[in-house]
Write a protein that binds this ligand. Structure first.
Ligand code: ADP
Length: 383
């Protein structure tokens, strides 16, 4: 019998009504960490610990509903409670934080946690990082964001590069964000993705001298003073490198996880190891590595050449116990579309390149919502 799909499970769960609120458990955001493995389905229902007893009936109803779905061999539903300081509204959170709260992974130190409070309405925050510039990090961030949106997620994109913002150009956005109340800004939107960048606020050709604290101030403002609305994922395009600036950001932004973009050259990969260690230090799970400009596809004959030692990122990922998320070829169309502000995922939505980004986006989404792949993530944090 075919393995049941996540959608089928969620559809069944969306018929289970919580008697207290008279709403279904999916739209209430109670469903956490859905895992479907060979017909065995597991998930957690997030409840107020004080009401755990009363929710037992809902838990049972969920188990029954899942068990009815064609292809399901077993259904396990457990109740889980947010730890102290939980939100008033039942918002489903990114797996990483969930893991920290309940999964036995080391929690961030109290100081670190309070310096990165959650942002209401944003379920998970994904950083796209690279050990050095020019590896295609921004191109990857943009295509991932658009791909996540195509997969049905509500997506935001935050350009964390204060010195060299590239999101306005890559997303073909210009002008200034509106502000209704003079205090908060509306994000700019294109291709279904809500964006914020310092490039919208300061002219591109204005030379800017930023001191460290100003950078953090600008970043905090773009993060917290923007009306993002409800987002499943906010993709943060970090500035290149894994130095102090990135470390500070990782500490200040409540990141659910990070993906690291690398080219296959070995030297870049040495830096990648450093980058991974940096994120581990601040308890941000590394969801995986993406190899960009992995191999070359000739635009004339479509022949493939492994210009660099292809597969280096995969080998490094294996060595470090980090998932390998996929590879993107070096292709003229990716550069042309990216630089023209028309990312390949929208420009050629049915093409091979779009499919590669969509596949990576699918895995990332799964990890952020607590799917099987994410189960490996806390392991990484503990090292
Ligand atoms: P970074 O953010 O790491 O500095 P960018 O995303 O700005 O890198 O990419 C640097 C240049 O490489 C850009 O011109 C971009 O269009 C190009 N580029 C990125 N990824 C690819 C790819 N897979 N194939 C071809 N060109 C690419």
């Amino acid at each position: 019998m075919a393995e049941p799909t996540r959608d089928a499970i969620l559809a069944a769960l969306s018929k289970v009504i919580d008697p207290e609120t008279k709403r279904d458990v999916v739209s209430l955001g109670m469903v956490q960490g859905l895992v479907v493995k060979g017909g065995n389905v597991g998930l957690a229902l997030e409840v107020d610990p004080a009401k755990a007893k009363a929710k037992e009936r809902v838990r049972q109803a969920c188990e029954d509903a899942v068990a009815q779905v064609s292809g399901v061999l077993s259904a396990t539903v457990v109740l889980t409670a947010e730890s102290a300081g939980s939100r008033e509204t039942p918002v489903q959170r990114g797996h990483a934080h969930h893991g920290h709260a309940h999964g036995g992974a080391p929690a961030a130190t109290p100081g670190a946690k309070s310096s990165r409070p959650d942002i209401p309405g944003i379920r998970s925050i994904l950083a796209v990082a690279s050990a050095k510039g020019g590896v295609g990090k921004s191109t990857t961030a943009v295509n991932l964001a658009v791909a996540l949106s195509r997969l049905g997620a509500r997506v935001g994109l935050l350009d964390c590069d204060i010195y060299g913002p590239s999101i306005p150009r890559l997303m073909n956005l210009s002008g200034r964000p509106d502000s209704i109340d003079g205090k908060t800004m509306q994000p700019m939107e294109n291709y279904g993705v809500r964006c914020m960048s310092i490039g919208f606020l300061v002219d591109e050709d204005t030379a800017m001298i930023w001191r460290g604290p100003m950078v953090m101030g600008a970043l905090e403002q773009m993060l917290r003073d923007v009306r993002w609305g409800d987002l499943d994922v906010l993709v943060c395009d970090l500035p290149p490198g894994t130095g102090d600036a990135q470390l500070t950001m990782a500490q200040r932004v409540p990141l659910s996880g990070t993906v690291i973009v690398s080219t296959p050259q070995d030297i870049a990969l040495l830096d990648v190891v450093r980058g991974i260690n940096m994120f581990r230090k601040v308890d941000v799970p590394v969801l995986g590595l993406i190899e960009n400009m992995s191999y070359f596809i000739c635009p004339h004959c479509q022949g493939r050449s492994d210009v660099f030692a292809h597969g280096g990122a995969h080998a490094t990922a294996d060595k470090l116990g980090v998932p390998f998320l996929g590879e993107i070829p070096l292709h003229m169309r990716i550069r042309e579309t990216s630089d023209a502000g028309h990312p390949i995922v929208v420009a050629e939505p049915e093409g091979e390149h779009a499919k590669a980004y969509l596949a990576i986006a699918g895995r990332v989404m799964e990890m952020l919502s607590g799917g099987s792949a994410a189960r490996a993530a806390p392991k990484i944090v503990m090292v």
